[in-house]
Design a protein around this ligand. Sequence first.
Ligand code: NAD
Length: 257
Amino acid sequence: SIELRHRVAVITGGANGIGRATALAFANAGASVAIWDMVEQAGQALVEEIDGNGGKAAFFRVNVASPADVDAAVAATVAQFGTIHILVNNAGITRDAQLIKVKDGEVVGKMSEAEFDAVLNVNLKGVFTCTQAIVPFMVRQGFGRIISAASVVALYGNFGQTNYVATKAAVIGMTKVWARELGKRGITANAVAPGFIATDMTRGMPDKVLAAMIDHTPVGRMGEPRDIANAYLFLASDDASFVNGTVLSVDGGLVMG
Ligand code: NAD
């Protein structure tokens, strides 16, 4: 099994869903886990759960879209755990709307500037900000793992998700840049492209859409948060040192090639 003893991992959006499963999996592998999220209650409850299992974890309240929050969280995390080896850029949001919505030949709605900006701020600028703030520690110690949440929709498109798909495609692009810029320093950068995973993010989707997605997924089910946590765990490990700049699809075969 994968071993993360002596590693310190930051997991953004770590209080719920895929991030929560990742915090549990990393702690179970022996890592010290810094859970960065905006929701204090769920974050603290998770820290208690990990403590109860004999693991090491701490919660830090941070909006990844705020550089001031991120700087403070880096300082607090390093004060507590000494450094940071692994960054999982997992926080993400959706604000779905069609580019334009047309009814009877008339434009009756559109994605607003606020919806566009909100998603870019968290899913794109947040990934940039967290990575830039943490990489200096990775450079100093000659080891780092940057793992970022992309999505199948970056490769596939998705109705109503101009903003979200743009950010997930951008995450793949940034990952490839960082893989080139940092590879010689013992730092790898990779992205994971989850398929449809049972979390709060997908809970609101219409049953018809979910059923269609399951139908298109060769393994015939939705993913569980743990399925993605397992991929993050591998990419975070010492064993993944020659995996760099890649996009690992974890989608039951929904999008191939
Ligand atoms: P989720 O909504 O269950 O959890 C997201 C977590 O991120 C929450 O705890 C939330 O509080 C936190 N968060 C949101 N905005 C934040 C911010 N500005 N700063 C700090 N924390 C913030 O979502 P999830 O399904 O677990 O998704 C995790 C990642 O996986 C996201 O990047 C998402 O885009 C991606 N993803 C999810 C799916 C899916 O089907 N669920 C598919 C592909 C990709």
